[in-house]
Ligand binder design. Structure first.
Ligand SMILES: Cc1cc2nc3c(=O)[nH]c(=O)nc-3n(C[C@H](O)[C@H](O)[C@H](O)COP(=O)(O)OP(=O)(O)OC[C@H]3O[C@@H](n4cnc5c(N)ncnc54)[C@H](O)[C@@H]3O)c2cc1C
Length: 452
């Protein structure tokens, strides 16, 4: 849905932005490379049009960042687009629960990130983002500083183990290493798959993060695929889902039926189980719904905006002055409230509406907002009125391994008379093979959009 913005003269840039581009060529390497320092100048090759258009630096090459890069190239052919990403390869979290029980293989989830960078002609720099100087308009990275005209923060989420363990880094690291959540693209997914396939029996505890968190229906899907594996391989396993919410949701009825009809002896869902204390060494967890011992665990700690949003000092505050954990941003234009040259997209985004809080933290939304922000940025640079747009959302969740059946949830958004965004949620609770087929069509369309 396209809405004409009621505002905004402040968004109608009268001229082209001022460009502060680094230029020059790196000296050929004749000896061992000098150690990188924080002052090392990052000189990306493959820069399409240095000096002609604005330099847009996209921090994070996941679903939101790579979608933005591709669409920005089309919207602003002259822009210099640089994606900064720590991972050497794209790993899709969507479909990764299905991969745990071999519905798709590893090649299906992993993608060469150089291909889209070449195809859509942007620079991809593999580095760790370590800080920002918003006054000087630079990003600090493990390979040096990069100047920008516009910044797009697309870093996803951080696992906020500190909410559980405070300053105790040892406990956090031990938990991550042994009971990792596999909710961020990294090797925890492989560790989890090995854990499931090598499990000999006993009790596995799974904590859900308190809302808002990444992909709300997917922890229950995770429980279903694990239960299906244990049931099929006759492994005497119990899965206890410790859910801080009072009830399962979204697609609550569909999941409840799957738990009761398919996995009655395996899955136990415990509502109102907000975590009070975790003792990873002694395998004990205390919650508001009781205390539990476990043989193994999948611990999803609270989710927050990616570290980079904290580094940029763009985290929102409650009325009491406490950090909200999510970006402080304009909910219609996705710019930081404190800095209009910084956009925040994807899971790091802050609250959108008093009616429902956050957009679902999903790949679908990250891709959609990546496109919207590309259009909005291009409108700004061209001196046109910026048009606020609303996304939608769609998620398919596998609940049965044989026959393969999925359930789904869809969200649509509209602007109400109160000028606030309103959400409509449609749960499809009846599990069918057709919904899984639709999931494959969805993911194929997504991969074609910004990866292939
Ligand atoms: C098990 C599971 C199933 C899911 N299923 C679905 C589904 O079916 N449908 C759906 O729509 N969504 C699904 N999701 C959610 C989806 O994966 C996320 O919502 C989506 O990835 C968010 O996109 P993003 O760009 O915000 O973050 P990401 O895709 O995580 O991208 C962030 C990128 O930033 C990089 N980064 C972060 N910090 C730094 C740094 N300091 N330096 C350098 N790089 C950095 C990261 O490496 C990463 O590549 C699922 C998620 C999980 C975990």
């Amino acid at each position: 849905m396209l809405l004409k913005s009621s505002l905004s003269r402040r968004r109608l840039l009268t001229g082209a932005p001022s460009f502060a581009l680094f230029s020059g060529l790196a000296a050929p390497l004749l000896a061992a490379p000098a150690a990188l320092t924080s002052e090392t100048l990052l000189l990306p090759r493959n820069v399409t049009a240095p000096g002609k258009g604005p330099r847009v630096v996209i921090c994070g090459g996941g679903w939101g960042g790579l979608s933005a890069a591709r669409h920005l190239r089309e919207e602003l052919p002259d822009a210099e687009i640089i994606v900064l990403e720590r991972n050497p390869i794209f790993w899709s979290c969507p479909m990764s629960n299905k991969w745990l029980i071999d519905v798709v293989d590893t090649a299906f989830l992993t993608h060469d990130m150089l291909h889209p960078a070449q195809k859509w002609n942007y620079s991809l720099v593999q580095c760790e983002i370590t800080g920002f100087d918003r006054a000087a308009k630079t990003v600090s990275t493990s390979k040096g500083k990069v100047a920008y005209d516009f910044l797009i923060l697309a870093g996803g989420i951080r696992n906020a183990y500190d909410v559980w363990f405070g300053e105790d880094q040892a406990a956090a690291e031990y938990t991550r290493q042994n009971f990792g959540s596999a909710y961020i693209p990294n090797s925890e997914h492989i560790a989890l798959k090995n854990k499931i396939h090598n499990f000999k029996g006993g009790t596995i505890v799974m904590t859900l993060p308190p809302p808002p968190h990444r992909c709300p229906p997917s922890p229950y899907e995770r429980a279903c695929v694990m239960a299906w594996h244990f049931k099929t391989h006759k492994i005497p396993a119990k899965i206890i889902i410790l859910d801080p919410k009072p009830q399962i949701g979204p697609i609550g009825q569909g999941y409840r039926q799957a738990f009761e009809e398919l996995y009655p002896d395996i899955i136990t869902h415990v509502p109102n189980a907000k975590v009070k204390e975790v003792d990873p060494w002694n395998k004990k967890i205390s919650t508001e719904a009781g205390d539990f011992s476990f043989d193994d665990a999948v611990f999803m700690p609270p989710h927050q905006a990616a570290d980079m949003v904290w580094y940029a000092d763009l985290i929102g505050r409650t009325d009491e002055g406490r950090p909200t954990g999510w970006a402080d941003m304009d909910p219609r234009y996705f710019t930081a409230r404190e800095d209009e040259d910084v956009y925040i997209i994807g899971d790091s985004m802050g609250a959108i509406s008093p009616h429902f809080g956050h957009y679902p933290k999903s790949a679908h939304v990250a891709n959609y907002i990546g496109k919207i922000v590309s259009r909005n940025l291009a409108q700004r640079v061209r001196g046109e009125e910026v048009l606020a747009e609303l996304p939608d959302n769609l998620c398919y969740m596998l609940v049965n391994g044989a026959p393969r059946e999925a359930i789904s949830v869809q969200f649509t958004y509209a602007l109400g008379q109160d000028n606030q965004v309103h959400q409509t949620q449609i749960d499809v609770d009846v599990r069918t093979p057709d919904l899984l087929a639709e999931d494959f069509v969805w993911v194929d369309g997504m991969f074609n959009d910004f990866l292939r």
